[in-house]
Design a protein around this ligand. Sequence first.
Ligand SMILES: [Fe+2]
Length: 292
Amino acid sequence: MPNSSKNRWNFPDLGIGVGLRTVHFGHILSKNPAVDWFEILSENFLDTGGRPLYVLDQIAERYPIAMHGVSLSIGSVDPLDVGYLKKLKKLASRVRAHWISDHLCWTGVAGQNTHDLLPMPYTEEALRHTVRRVREVSEILERPLVLENPSTYLEFRDSKIPEWTFLSRLAAESDCGLLLDVNNVYVSSFNHGFDANVYIDAIPADRVVQYHLAGHTNKGTHIIDTHSDHVIDEVWELYRRSVLRTGPVATLLEWDENIPSFETVHAEALKARTFREQASEIVPLEVASGGR
Ligand SMILES: [Fe+2]
């Protein structure tokens, strides 16, 4: 059962989960693995009926669910897609989703969807714009939106605000939650040459609702966020550093390419246990005092 967590909305610490992927449907339905929770990719279940929803309903009967999307395009200057948001809300009530997340990014403009999570310009103007949109989305969804830090390969010359400051200010000014992807922090720190520890230490601990962990592909000169491998030690170290600040928070492993057996994915996720246990022995100062 979910434990209560120390974030400002009392979103529960769901434990250690795995991203739900089609190749594992059969295994999950027949074996009922002892996994704490699943994160679903919202778009896989929005405009479909039949088998995917049939499977999802059964999984949602047995396991806690959180929803994770890629189409919100929160940073775009296109109007918000209210139809999409209403579909998200309907799916959330169907599967009793604990929260709905998406990414700090934009995916297109002028009605064109690149199907990519594009980096934002980190400027005061973009911050004001995004704060306004997060508030609108949270109002429509009738719940706080949860946003994930992206992995990026390019930066805007006009960016004036470090990503960690932009994210922290966005969270405070729009009252959103954060999905902290520690692999993304590592990937972007490598690609752009910033200190990942500075990023982790700047994140407001009481707004972290969920963690993502994943593997990546290191090309030597840059890293691509492929979700195709085990989590590297440096990323586990960042996770440790962060959970010591936030306490144990719902944690999820993403594996999207070269997906191995369910047992292998789950075993990789469960490596988070050690770090969560270390974190539960220490009550972080800002959490103990009720958050900042
Ligand atoms: Fe992620």
